[in-house]
Design a protein around this ligand. Structure first.
Ligand SMILES: [Cu+2]
Length: 202
């Protein structure tokens, strides 16, 4: 029996070595690996997928929409919210005449919001906003265009989240096109990640 036990122990050690090498790589990765929303599909992700064209830099790094945290009191200024205030991602703020690809939603439905964190960060919270009734999809997003109360606000407890994080919410009664803003506040930096998703309630 001891002869049989020895090889598994060696294998465990080898795996541990691989694991620690992996951790070294992760901590050495640039702060440029962050996250984006896959549900509803964000503008940045539609750009990466090619469903939205002429997106500029964001098509290569939909996870990098990182701006100052503290929204809505602070954070990116009105008209630059969808790009997180990052100038090189300004295509995300352009309304495109209300023609961005949109996710179909239904009033009152239970909906699952999902973030994909390419490298997770210790998290203060995730919060989600939707535009007010009568929102004009041909205008850049401003704070005044959003319902003041978030659809849902989930604490991250300052912990590292898994790579995929989902949150449930019951959607309000809405008609036509709207914009959903997802904000991921990081606990141990001054930053947050911003994702705008076009949706259509029909
Ligand atoms: Cu990051």
């Amino acid at each position: 029996m001891p002869a049989k036990l020895r090889p598994p122990r060696k294998r465990t050690l080898a795996l541990a070595a691989v694991a620690s090498a992996g951790i070294t790589v992760l901590t050495a990765a640039p702060a440029a690996s962050h996250g984006y929303t896959t549900s509803p599909t964000s503008r940045a992700l539609f750009c990466q997928q090619g469903a939205a064209k002429n997106c500029g830099q964001i098509q290569w790094e939909p996870m990098s929409v990182e701006g100052p945290k503290g929204f809505p009191a602070r954070g990116p200024r009105d008209g630059t919210i969808c790009a997180g205030g990052v100038g090189r991602f300004s295509e995300l703020d352009q309304p495109r005449g209300g023609q961005w690809p949109a996710t179909k939603l239904t009033s009152g439905q239970s909906f699952t919001f999902t973030w994909r964190h390419s490298v997770p960060h210790a998290t203060t919270s995730w919060h989600y906003y939707i535009t007010k009734d009568g929102w004009d999809p041909t205008q850049p997003l401003t704070r005044a265009a959003l319902e003041p109360e978030p659809l849902v606000n989930v604490s991250g407890g300052g912990r590292l989240p898994p790579r995929t994080v989902s949150h449930q919410a019951v959607l309000p009664a809405k008609q036509g096109r709207h914009l959903i803003l997802a904000v991921w506040d990081i606990a141990d930096t001054g930053n947050a990640f911003y994702q705008c998703s076009d949706v259509d309630f029909g």
